[in-house]
Design a protein around this ligand. Structure first.
Ligand code: ATR
Length: 276
């Protein structure tokens, strides 16, 4: 009987219980996944109480992905590199922290578009927040060797590259520079909140320079098809959706907790219905 959950604030609209209950069914595993809302002023006390509850594992969402780290007994490579944790597992050595966001993104992208994972592939990342950092780090560990980063605040793109980049080619760009050179990239990943509902009619930049066949990804999943993806579709890009990443990072966390081989694809259609 697995005892699992999610800590964050707020957590009410999370899709995680649905995903993990379905993964339990899929894998024939018994367990429970509960939402644990923790107010910021109660964080220390509540996290210490969690230690006594003997959860087998839990997810961590905003605003606690960094704040949880001092309470953990070890970190995996991604979590250490990023300074952020979204999955915790109780092991013989205590609470281990992982970050499955970036790898979830890369795995879901690889399932759909394996052809873009090669040395000559040029990637453009839009945004420089926590999500961009996770995706950059995981892409860097893939076959891809060139990742440029464009952000409204260009200094944040510079910092991201300085903090994380190792052994690959990366340029910080302004949004205008990126907009006028979109044809150079085989993969474009939109990681900002621009286009999220409400206000979902916005786009971070025009896609006038986008060429047919480019893989365009948006990590926003509400709405499922952002304006950015709709415009990319009109230009015959190949689309990768935010909910694919969301599902895959959860599958990856479930795999860490249960040592099973859960599959995202059989859940995808039903998940799309739930999000509508
Ligand atoms: P997260 O950790 O969830 O990724 P974040 O750190 O708040 O969130 O980052 C949000 C990203 O969206 C940033 O890249 C931010 O750009 P700045 O670094 O310039 O703030 C970007 N962003 C948010 N609103 C934006 C807007 N209206 N136009 C362009 N970029 C925007």
């Amino acid at each position: 009987m697995y005892k699992l959950g999610l800590i964050g604030y707020p957590v009410g609209h999370s899709m995680s219980p649905w995903i993990h209950e379905n993964l339990m069914k899929q894998q024939g595993v018994e367990g429970k996944y509960e939402l644990i809302e923790i107010k910021p002023e109660e964080f220390d006390e509540k996290v210490k109480m969690l230690k006594t509850k003997e959860l087998d594992g839990f997810n961590v969402t905003v605003p606690y992905k960094e704040k949880i780290i001092p309470y953990l007994d070890g970190l995996d490579q991604s979590a250490r590199h990023l300074g952020a944790v979204n999955t915790v597992k109780l092991t013989n050595d205590g609470w281990m922290g992982y970050n499955t966001d970036g790898q979830g993104f890369v795995d879901s992208l690889r399932n759909r578009f394996p052809d873009i994972f090669h040395k000559g592939s040029q990637t453009l990342l839009l945004g420089s927040g926590g999500a961009a950092r996770g995706i950059y780090e995981a892409l860097m560990r893939s076959e891809i060797t060139k990742i440029d980063v464009a952000n409204r605040t260009t200094t944040r793109a510079e910092e991201l590259i300085q903090d994380i980049s190792a052994g690959i080619s990366s340029q910080p760009l302004t949004l205008n520079q990126a907009e006028s050179t979109l044809e150079n990239y085989g993969l474009i990943v939109q990681t900002t909140t621009v286009g999220m509902s409400p206000g979902h009619d916005q786009m971070i930049m025009s896609l006038d320079h986008l060429t047919k066949g480019t893989v365009v990804s948006d990590i926003v999943y509400r709405p499922m098809k952002t304006k950015f993806l709709s415009e990319a579709d009109k230009r015959e890009a190949r689309l990768h959706f935010g909910h694919e990443m969301l599902l895959q990072q959860a599958v990856y966390a479930f795999k860490i907790w249960t040592d099973t081989e859960p599959q995202a694809v059989p859940l995808l259609k039903e998940f799309e219905q739930k999000l509508k």
